[in-house]
Write a protein that binds this ligand. Structure first.
Ligand code: SF4
Length: 152
Protein backbone atom coordinates (compact mmCIF):
# COMPACT_ATOMS: atom_id res chain seq x y z
CA UNK A 1 0.00 0.00 0.00
CA UNK A 2 1.28 3.46 -0.91
CA UNK A 3 1.97 5.87 1.96
CA UNK A 4 -0.52 8.74 2.23
CA UNK A 5 0.30 11.85 0.15
CA UNK A 6 1.18 13.90 3.21
CA UNK A 7 3.96 11.53 4.35
CA UNK A 8 6.32 13.50 2.08
CA UNK A 9 5.76 16.49 4.37
CA UNK A 10 3.55 19.55 4.09
CA UNK A 11 4.52 23.20 4.28
CA UNK A 12 2.90 24.96 7.25
CA UNK A 13 3.38 27.71 9.79
CA UNK A 14 0.59 28.80 12.13
CA UNK A 15 0.04 32.54 11.58
CA UNK A 16 0.21 34.97 14.51
CA UNK A 17 -3.05 36.72 15.44
CA UNK A 18 -5.06 34.44 13.15
CA UNK A 19 -7.23 32.22 15.39
CA UNK A 20 -9.48 31.39 12.46
CA UNK A 21 -9.64 27.66 13.26
CA UNK A 22 -11.06 28.41 16.73
CA UNK A 23 -13.33 31.25 15.77
CA UNK A 24 -16.21 29.16 14.44
CA UNK A 25 -19.51 28.61 16.21
CA UNK A 26 -20.60 25.02 16.71
CA UNK A 27 -17.11 23.48 16.94
CA UNK A 28 -16.78 20.39 19.13
CA UNK A 29 -13.57 19.75 21.04
CA UNK A 30 -13.40 16.16 22.22
CA UNK A 31 -11.03 15.51 25.07
CA UNK A 32 -8.48 12.83 25.79
CA UNK A 33 -7.91 12.04 29.47
CA UNK A 34 -4.44 13.62 29.12
CA UNK A 35 -6.12 16.87 28.01
CA UNK A 36 -8.30 16.92 31.11
CA UNK A 37 -5.31 16.39 33.40
CA UNK A 38 -3.28 19.12 31.65
CA UNK A 39 -6.11 21.68 31.55
CA UNK A 40 -7.17 21.03 35.14
CA UNK A 41 -3.60 21.56 36.25
CA UNK A 42 -3.40 24.73 34.13
CA UNK A 43 -6.38 26.09 36.09
CA UNK A 44 -5.10 24.77 39.44
CA UNK A 45 -8.18 22.61 39.80
CA UNK A 46 -8.77 18.91 40.36
CA UNK A 47 -9.80 17.09 37.17
CA UNK A 48 -13.33 16.40 38.41
CA UNK A 49 -13.78 20.02 39.42
CA UNK A 50 -12.49 21.27 36.06
CA UNK A 51 -14.71 18.84 34.12
CA UNK A 52 -17.73 20.12 36.02
CA UNK A 53 -16.80 23.75 35.46
CA UNK A 54 -15.63 23.85 31.82
CA UNK A 55 -17.05 20.76 30.12
CA UNK A 56 -20.23 18.90 29.38
CA UNK A 57 -20.98 15.60 27.67
CA UNK A 58 -22.28 14.63 24.25
CA UNK A 59 -25.37 12.44 23.88
CA UNK A 60 -23.10 9.37 23.92
CA UNK A 61 -21.42 10.55 27.13
CA UNK A 62 -18.03 11.81 25.89
CA UNK A 63 -16.63 14.91 27.60
CA UNK A 64 -16.30 18.00 25.39
CA UNK A 65 -15.28 21.58 26.10
CA UNK A 66 -17.98 24.12 26.81
CA UNK A 67 -18.78 26.85 24.30
CA UNK A 68 -19.80 30.40 25.09
CA UNK A 69 -23.57 30.54 25.62
CA UNK A 70 -23.98 33.57 23.33
CA UNK A 71 -21.46 32.99 20.53
CA UNK A 72 -21.27 29.18 20.62
CA UNK A 73 -17.47 29.58 20.26
CA UNK A 74 -14.87 27.93 22.52
CA UNK A 75 -14.86 29.42 26.02
CA UNK A 76 -11.08 29.73 25.91
CA UNK A 77 -10.91 32.04 22.90
CA UNK A 78 -10.37 35.51 24.34
CA UNK A 79 -11.62 38.85 23.00
CA UNK A 80 -8.38 39.26 20.98
CA UNK A 81 -9.10 35.94 19.25
CA UNK A 82 -6.24 34.32 21.13
CA UNK A 83 -6.34 30.97 22.89
CA UNK A 84 -6.18 31.70 26.62
CA UNK A 85 -4.92 28.18 27.41
CA UNK A 86 -2.49 27.91 24.48
CA UNK A 87 0.28 26.02 26.29
CA UNK A 88 -2.23 23.56 27.74
CA UNK A 89 -4.62 23.41 24.77
CA UNK A 90 -6.30 20.08 23.93
CA UNK A 91 -4.63 17.60 21.57
CA UNK A 92 -7.39 18.07 19.02
CA UNK A 93 -6.54 21.80 18.79
CA UNK A 94 -2.79 21.08 18.66
CA UNK A 95 -3.40 18.62 15.83
CA UNK A 96 -5.15 21.12 13.51
CA UNK A 97 -4.86 21.21 10.47
CA UNK A 98 -3.66 17.57 10.58
CA UNK A 99 -7.08 16.03 11.12
CA UNK A 100 -7.72 12.88 9.11
CA UNK A 101 -10.90 14.32 7.64
CA UNK A 102 -8.85 17.28 6.33
CA UNK A 103 -6.10 15.07 4.93
CA UNK A 104 -8.49 12.52 3.44
CA UNK A 105 -8.39 13.75 -0.18
CA UNK A 106 -7.16 16.60 -2.34
CA UNK A 107 -10.68 18.02 -2.21
CA UNK A 108 -10.86 18.09 1.61
CA UNK A 109 -7.29 19.40 1.79
CA UNK A 110 -8.02 22.24 -0.61
CA UNK A 111 -11.01 23.19 1.53
CA UNK A 112 -8.72 23.17 4.59
CA UNK A 113 -6.23 25.37 2.73
CA UNK A 114 -9.02 27.89 2.13
CA UNK A 115 -9.71 27.94 5.88
CA UNK A 116 -6.14 27.97 7.17
CA UNK A 117 -3.70 30.64 5.92
CA UNK A 118 -0.82 28.80 7.63
CA UNK A 119 -0.73 26.07 4.98
CA UNK A 120 1.91 26.95 2.40
CA UNK A 121 2.30 30.40 3.97
CA UNK A 122 5.34 32.43 2.90
CA UNK A 123 7.10 31.80 6.21
CA UNK A 124 6.10 28.12 6.33
CA UNK A 125 8.51 25.24 6.62
CA UNK A 126 7.97 21.59 5.82
CA UNK A 127 6.37 19.53 8.58
CA UNK A 128 7.70 16.00 8.43
CA UNK A 129 5.22 13.22 7.60
CA UNK A 130 6.00 11.41 10.87
CA UNK A 131 5.06 14.52 12.85
CA UNK A 132 1.83 14.82 10.88
CA UNK A 133 1.15 11.13 11.58
CA UNK A 134 1.64 11.75 15.31
CA UNK A 135 -0.96 14.54 15.19
CA UNK A 136 -3.40 12.35 13.23
CA UNK A 137 -3.12 9.66 15.91
CA UNK A 138 -3.46 12.15 18.79
CA UNK A 139 -6.59 13.61 17.18
CA UNK A 140 -8.02 10.12 16.68
CA UNK A 141 -7.37 9.28 20.33
CA UNK A 142 -9.00 12.54 21.49
CA UNK A 143 -12.02 11.91 19.25
CA UNK A 144 -12.60 8.57 20.99
CA UNK A 145 -12.77 10.66 24.15
CA UNK A 146 -13.64 9.42 27.60
CA UNK A 147 -16.84 9.17 29.58
CA UNK A 148 -15.84 8.71 33.17
CA UNK A 149 -13.25 10.17 35.47
CA UNK A 150 -12.16 8.33 38.59
CA UNK A 151 -9.90 10.26 40.91
CA UNK A 152 -6.97 8.12 42.06
S1 SF4 B 1 -6.39 28.74 10.92
FE1 SF4 B 1 -4.31 27.92 10.58
S2 SF4 B 1 -2.94 29.70 10.67
FE2 SF4 B 1 -4.92 30.31 11.58
S3 SF4 B 1 -4.65 29.92 13.81
FE3 SF4 B 1 -5.59 28.08 12.90
S4 SF4 B 1 -3.82 26.74 12.43
FE4 SF4 B 1 -3.00 28.81 12.72
Amino acid sequence: MNPPWWMEGVSFQCQPDCGRCCDEPGGIVYLAKEDAVRLAEHHSLGVKEWLERDCHTTLDGRFILDSDAETDICIYLDSNKKCSVYDARPDQCRAYPWWIENLASQRTWSKTMDECPGIEAEDAFVIDGQIIRMHVMADRNASRGFRRWNEV
